[in-house]
Design a binder for this molecule. Structure first.
Ligand SMILES: Cc1ncc(COP(=O)(O)O)c(C=O)c1O
Length: 378
């Protein structure tokens, strides 16, 4: 039999999670809509009740597992209703009152709310920035280290392997938020992490029409607790969303390669503009994150961030764009951008723009951005 671990990312993506072919059956079976399954007599077999498991999830979980940890045995993936459901499942299933957790201080803007909830349950929360591996300094005594690399929206990168080694030496588990990178950009389990956790709402599904999250983990006992949490809280994905996600994964490599290539072209064009400051893209050779990113990432993501001189200038820029929607989220095939300070959460300047590069032609997108920069100057 041929060895599928040698397959390229495109080959793996189009085949990920497909069942063995069955004559007269579809390649990817459709969504299974079921609250309950036939269950005469004793409880046996995988499918009994729709909050516990569903065949459409099983195939999607297999697909994500094949991308996050190709060829690795014993790895398990669980899908959730959203990225936050997946993040909460790891944190709240693993931590108890009296434990300590280390979070990034510059991570996704809902993390401060998570922090407050953890503290309300008697869990000590320490934070440090992603850049400079600063989380190393606050690891002593921690039960769990939460990494977000690249961070959203600042696009800082930390040395995951180094942090994992330090955390494991102290007996702490390590989870990496892999949302921005996608499993084609980075494989946290190969870098030693215990969990790769992500919002599949972003580039994994890539069309801005599905909310989804997942946890991939290496340890059966630890993952059993995450699964138990899913059952208790019930933050499950609908079968239709799970199926749409699986269908979308077939084009993941096409989308990611295209979007990453255009993101680099856009970043280079922005670098030449005098009104742009604080430009960040881990794929730019002179970006502060590039050295570590190039060691642990295989693709650098579709998000570029930069700052325009004022809030008004940033708003005029966003209004002038023709091909880019002013919307939150990122990773979709249609470019989006937003002035991140409008939410109030992130510690970024008023004119800070998080720009998510879509699958438009690079020349069209760059021309639109440069025109909008010119128009917004007036
Ligand atoms: C890095 C990161 N993690 C997690 C999430 C949460 O994902 P969801 O919106 O699917 O709950 C987001 C959402 O923007 C994110 O950017």
């Amino acid at each position: 039999m041929s060895d599928s671990t040698k397959d390229g990312d495109g080959t793996r993506a189009v085949r990920a999670g497909l069942p063995e072919p069955v004559k007269n059956e579809p390649t990817l079976p459709g969504p299974v809509f079921a609250a309950h399954f036939h269950l005469p007599g004793e409880v046996a077999g995988p499918y009994s009740y729709g909050r516990d498991d569903n065949p459409t999830w099983t195939l999607l979980e297999r697909a994500i597992g094949e991308l996050e940890a190709p060829g690795r045995d014993g790895v398990e993936t669980l899908v959730f209703a959203s990225g936050m459901a997946a993040i909460s499942a790891v944190l709240f299933s693993q931590l108890r009152a009296g434990d300590t957790v280390v979070l990034p201080s510059d991570g996704y803007q809902v993390l401060p709310m998570v922090r407050a909830q953890l503290e309300a349950y008697g869990i000590e929360v320490r934070t440090a920035p992603t850049g400079g591996d600063a989380q190393l300094d606050v690891l002593d005594g921690a039960k769990l280290l939460w990494i977000e690399s690249p961070s959203n929206p600042g696009l800082d990168v930390c040395d995951i392997r180094r942090l994992v080694e330090a955390a494991h030496a102290r007996g702490a588990l390590v989870a990496v938020d892999n949302t921005l990178a996608t499993p084609l950009g980075q494989r946290p389990l190969e870098l030693g992490a215990d969990f790769s956790v992500a919002s599949g709402t972003k580039q994994l599904t890539g069309h801005g029409d599905v909310l989804l999250g997942y946890v991939t983990g290496r340890d059966a006992e630890v993952m059993a607790a995450v699964r138990r949490w899913r059952k208790i809280v019930g933050a499950i994905s609908g079968p239709m969303e799970a199926w749409l996600a699986h269908r979308s994964i077939a084009t993941l490599q096409l989308r990611v390669d295209r979007q990453c290539a255009t993101a680099l072209v856009l970043a280079e064009a922005l670098r030449a503009r005098p009104e742009v400051s604080g430009l960040r893209y881990p794929g730019l050779p002179d970006d502060p994150s590039h050295k570590i990113a190039s060691q642990q990432m295989r693709r650098y993501g579709s998000v570029v961030s930069f700052t325009l001189p004022t809030r008004a200038r940033a708003e005029r820029f966003l209004e002038s764009l023709r091909l880019v929607e002013d919307a939150t989220s990122f990773g979709g095939v249609r470019s989006t951008a937003e002035r991140r300070r409008r939410w109030g959460g992130d510690a970024v300047p008023e004119g800070f723009i998080r720009f998510s590069v879509g699958a438009e032609d690079a020349e069209d997108l760059v021309a639109d951005v440069l025109r909008a920069l010119d128009e917004s100057a007036q």
